[in-house]
Design a binder for this molecule. Structure first.
Ligand SMILES: Nc1ncnc2c1ncn2[C@@H]1O[C@H](COP(=O)(O)OP(=O)(O)OP(=O)(O)O)[C@@H](O)[C@H]1O
Ligand SMILES: [Mg+2]
Length: 277
């Protein structure tokens, strides 16, 4: 509950204390050659905060996440993770990619173990931890299956275990559930909330699904249409936790928030379509 209180306090206070900011994106501009994808983006993620990011296609969401992971360098501005500048690939980050990122020639267990193997953890401990994580995501009995022998939802579970086993300070998720059918998606969203609730790591979640953003997030940040995308507005989601994603959508406050955020996002989506034409 202490963390909960911290998160609430963070929301009430626009000036986050440095120690309570897990990810600080400061005036970041991201460019590809002469093309400016995002310009002067400021986003702060509190310790234990679940931040959802929405914005039109191509506005630079994945680019921002890649910069936080240290896979891309900003053309201007800087990013800090738990107070330390991001330079090069970050070990303290768990990344859940949109596409399947499991190694097809390794079993579910071996895939989950990977992060620990890279960190030099001994085989026995690795195996035990990986089994425990597979159990946490509901995949006991599936340890020896290869990715092609798992359903899309099960592969996502393996990916979730793979990202969380290294106990990252920050979890980055790029449309993790968009390829799943609606029922599996709801299941996975609840599963994610349950796991997140256990130890409240900071999360940056990108999604095209505004309902998902509100149901999961503490805050929803709307990005403008690209190029040179920027933060349009940040919306606080003050719905209590624990949440059930199906039930929370029936809450009046959910509907109000949806209407407000959509009013903001819709304009950007329309601009984005107009530019593509
Ligand atoms: N490696 C690259 N080289 C050149 N341009 C790129 C590169 N990566 C991304 N871009 C461009 O930068 C912009 C932002 O791309 P990005 O993938 O971050 O968008 P996005 O918001 O994640 O979109 P989507 O919602 O469709 O996934 C796009 O116009 C894209 O074409
Ligand atoms: Mg993307």
């Amino acid at each position: 509950m202490a963390l909960n209180a911290t998160v609430r306090r963070l929301h009430g206070d626009p000036q986050l204390e440095p120690a309570e900011t897990m990810v600080a994106i400061n005036k970041v501009t991201m460019s590809f050659g002469a093309f400016t994808a995002v310009r002067d983006v400021d986003i702060q993620v509190g310790n234990g905060e679940f931040l959802a990011i929405v914005g039109p296609t191509g506005c630079g969401k994945s680019t921002i996440l890649n910069a936080v992971a240290g896979l891309l360098n900003p053309a201007a501005g800087d990013i800090a993770l738990d107070g330390a500048p991001v330079k090069g690939v970050q070990g303290a980050v768990g990344y859940l990619f949109q596409q399947d990122a499991l190694l097809p020639w390794k079993t579910a267990l071996e895939n989950v173990e990977l992060g620990l193997r890279f960190r030099g953890v001994a085989a026995k401990e690795r195996g035990e931890k990986a089994r425990a994580w597979l159990a946490k995501v509901g995949l006991t009995g599936f340890e020896q299956r290869y990715p092609h022998q798992l359903s899309g939802g099960q592969r996502k579970r393996v990916q979730m275990a793979q990202a969380l086993i290294v106990e990252p300070k920050v979890i980055l998720m790029d449309e993790p559930f968009s390829a799943l059918d609606i029922h599996t998606r709801h299941l996975m969203q609840n599963e994610l909330l349950r796991l997140w609730q256990e130890d409240r790591r900071s999360v940056m979640l990108i999604t095209h699904d505004l309902e998902e953003a509100i149901a999961l997030g503490d805050r929803v940040v709307v990005l403008s249409a690209g190029p040179a995308s920027r933060v349009v507005k940040s919306f606080k989601v003050d719905l209590e936790r624990p949440r059930n994603v199906a039930e929370i959508k029936l809450d009046d406050r959910f509907t109000d928030l949806y209407r407000d955020i959509w009013a903001c996002l819709r304009g950007e989506v329309e601009k984005s379509y107009a530019r593509q034409d």
